[in-house]
Design a protein around this ligand. Sequence first.
Ligand SMILES: Cc1ncc(COP(=O)(O)O)c(C=O)c1O
Length: 393
Amino acid sequence: MHPAPQLSERITRLRSSLVREILAAAQAPGMISFAGGLPSADAMPILHDSDTSHDWQSPVFQQYGQSEGEPLLRSRLAGWLAESGLTVSAEQTLVLSGSQQGIDLAAKLFVDPGTPMLCEAPTYLAALQAFQLFGAHCIGLPLTDEGIDTAHLAEMIETHKPRAIYVIPTFQNPSGHCYSAANRQAVAEVLDHYGLPLIEDEPYRELMYDAVDRTPICSLLKRAPWIYLGSFSKTLWPGWRVGFLAASNDLFPHLLRLKQAGDLHTNRPGQIRVANWLVSNNRNNDLAHLRSTYKHKRDAMNDALKNTFGHLADWETPAGGLFFWLQLRNAIDTRPLLKIALERGVAFMPGEAFYPASSTPKLGTMRLNFSHANAENMKKGLKMLAGIVEEHG
Ligand SMILES: Cc1ncc(COP(=O)(O)O)c(C=O)c1O
């Protein structure tokens, strides 16, 4: 018998992602899933011949590419970002294998064991997983109706001297919240004042159903370093794994080297397809179809929630994104309900899981995805879930 292999000390901090574990259970035949953020097949754009190159002998399909990404895609990304209000050069963009890779690169860039990092509470679970792996002490900032409380933000910066802040201001995961225009400006001013680097993660920004301000906070900064993360996973196809970042000039060279060390470059055929889609005639129709399909599903879910959870919970109708965030009136811990729900054939995400280890989780919260289940299953699944909450509340 050989002794157990000796692993790095960071492996002691490696947590498995509850979302990905539930996702495996949620994909069992017959399961009604409100758990993941899976895009719906009927909302996804149809791949048109003009979006794809069929020259399979082309070097794009056979050879190594540049770590920065395909030049064609990078120049089109700069145009795409300009449409959102963020002015960058193509040289400031880096193509990623999904925006999750950007979180990993940011963690490698900023975090040593014990490094304080600010984030929202609740926040994206896999970002916590990545930051905590490198030893971050993640400090959660509670969400308000406006976004985050900037007086509290300043106090947390003074007290903890964090190295960076990670936020999802537009259709936040898991809460669906969207920061107001005034809050975006106020956050930018605080970050500029302290020179605190911002990591802004925006995978859901195109999934807008009601008009709201979506100005990237990065575009409002005058001095603080920044990394802006974007993705095509929620807009096109998550399986292609094409995301991107743009960063201030002081951070960009480090991120590029981290990308080189990580996976050399993102898959080239996927990059070319996204680059073609960005300038295709179908793009705006595809986005309109995506929004109207999800808006319809969101409204159906809202109605079904009123009928099943109306007496049990409160929630806001999200203006975009893929999730409802429920606050049960009886604030019980929803984690133990998950096992019962899975046994009965319905999956959801307990809200408590989205809080950093140092924050006290808000009990009685549930994240429910509305993009995946069809109308019939939506009603059936919510009825089952409400029954479980009533039995155990
Ligand atoms: C907030 C947030 N950031 C990043 C990601 C990762 O997305 P990608 O598929 O681009 O890696 C997700 C996926 O759900 C997410 O919700």
